[in-house]
Design a protein around this ligand. Sequence first.
Ligand SMILES: *Cc1c(COP(=O)(O)O)cnc(C)c1O
Length: 241
Amino acid sequence: MTDIPAESAQQRVAAVPARLTALQTRIGSAAAGAGRDPSAVRLLLAAKTMPVDAVRAAVRAGAGLIGENRVSELVDHAAALADLGPELHVIGHLQSNKVNAAVSWAHCVESVDSAPLAQRLSRRCEAVGRNLDVMVQVNVSGEPTKFGVDPAEATELAITVAALPRLRLVGLMTVGANTPGGTVVRSGYARLRELRDAVVGQVPSATELSMGMSGDLEHAIAEGATIVRVGTAVFGARAPA
Ligand SMILES: *Cc1c(COP(=O)(O)O)cnc(C)c1O
């Protein structure tokens, strides 16, 4: 999708409502195809690099859940969207020096991938007197460029995280394999579901499966995704990094 030219800011904002409607139809079809209730799949819009106007247009058109890769954008969007009150999730790698800002603005951190990061989040939540929903990010594809704990260590980390004060483990998250054809992608999503099923036996709150993006959300929904994270399909192509 990177060969699609980035749109003008105006074109992007104008296109958001119709693209959101089309995406909701697509999610509904995927859920129906998988024999699932469409309302069991929540849409998270991945806002990375998007200007505030485009994100506002999406929230006004009904998107209530926004995902942020960068804490700087989380802080900007939280301020600019405060009147609309969307739920904000951190979905990118969280550096330890950004923990305080994340705890100030995020409803959920989906990208917890180590015990030290979870401990920092827990301590900060204690200091400011709040509870925080978290997910453990798992690298199901094993691709070295991806963040997330190794699947073999995921259950242990999940149980460690769930035991920390102020953190509520709500599920598992992954970024799917970056391969053409659906077989590898889908088996990675099946793996995350199996891990979630194992964790939920010990941590009953950990029901969420955050997986699937613009290019592969049908596979994720077929394997039980409860949150799909979509950027390009609603906001258009991002400028090359
Ligand atoms: C960018 C991003 C998405 C959305 O990707 P699209 O292909 O634009 O839909 C989902 N999850 C994470 C973690 C991302 O960084």
